[in-house]
Write a protein that binds this ligand. Structure first.
Ligand code: DC
Length: 230
């Protein structure tokens, strides 16, 4: 039996709802939360700040090993700078998908990610949480949704934040980013063989959270039961 704190790995493409679902599952269980995408975004942000090319894998890996990440639910600091908002900008979304293709960057970030496996447990969301970073995760979930629905969700988020990006531009950029994430040679986005698949296209967030918690209970991961939802 594993002596390490348990992990729930939640993987899926952009805007499949995994970030929101992971944070609510972590809150209900009282577990730690890892938004691994924020780390890739942070690397892209730091590289752009320093003028490091987004395909220079040696320079990026060496920079990544020196970065100090402080990642908490709702905020991320890099070397004491609050980058919570900055890393959500569209150029960083694109840049993060480029640095995420590089094996040496992924290796450097894997150390940061596995270091977050702390008691009482970790809910980790990303693209390769179940396949590469936490292959021994007690529960692996793969969330998906149609690209149209995901573009609509992302569009709403951006409009709510005051941006006037067009739905068709988003649809194209989301599709291209997915394609890069799924087809890259290192740690491509894919569901692990033993992952629970959930199509969230027509599900509410709370229904998805309940479904994940149901699987957690089945695997006896809730240790006394999850907090009731809102
Ligand atoms: O989930 P996100 O959109 O914040 O992720 C940003 C980028 O980082 C995305 O292009 C995929 C990549 N990523 C990855 O390759 N592996 C992860 N575990 C998490 C994110």
């Amino acid at each position: 039996m594993s002596t390490q704190p348990p992990v729930i790995a939640i993987d899926g493409p952009s805007s499949s709802g995994k970030g929101t679902v992971a944070s609510k599952v972590a809150e209900r269980l009282g577990w730690n939360l890892l938004d691994s995408g924020a780390l890739y975004r942070g690397v892209a942000w730091a590289a752009l700040q320093r003028g490091i090319a987004l395909d220079d894998d040696a320079a990026l890996a060496s920079m990544t090993r020196q970065l100090v990440f402080d990642i908490k639910p709702g905020s991320i600091h890099i070397d004491n700078a609050d980058v919570t908002q900055a890393i959500r900008e569209e150029p960083i979304s694109v840049g993060s998908s480029r640095v995420a293709r590089l094996g040496p960057v992924r290796d450097a970030l894997r150390i940061v990610q596995t270091g977050m496996r702390r008691p009482p447990g970790l809910v980790a969301d990303g693209r390769d949480m179940g396949t590469v970073v936490f292959p021994s995760a007690e529960l692996k979930v793969f969330l998906d949704a149609s690209v149209e629905e995901r573009a609509r969700r992302r569009h709403k988020q951006l409009i709510d934040k005051g941006s006037n990006v067009s739905l068709s531009d988003l649809f194209a950029s989301l599709g291209a980013r997915d394609e890069r994430d799924r087809s890259r040679p290192v740690s491509p986005l894919r569901a692990d063989d033993d992952a629970v698949m959930i199509d969230t296209t027509s599900m509410s967030i709370s229904a998805v959270v309940d479904e994940v918690l149901r699987h957690a209970v089945q695997r006896s991961l809730t240790g006394g039961g999850a907090k009731s939802g809102t």
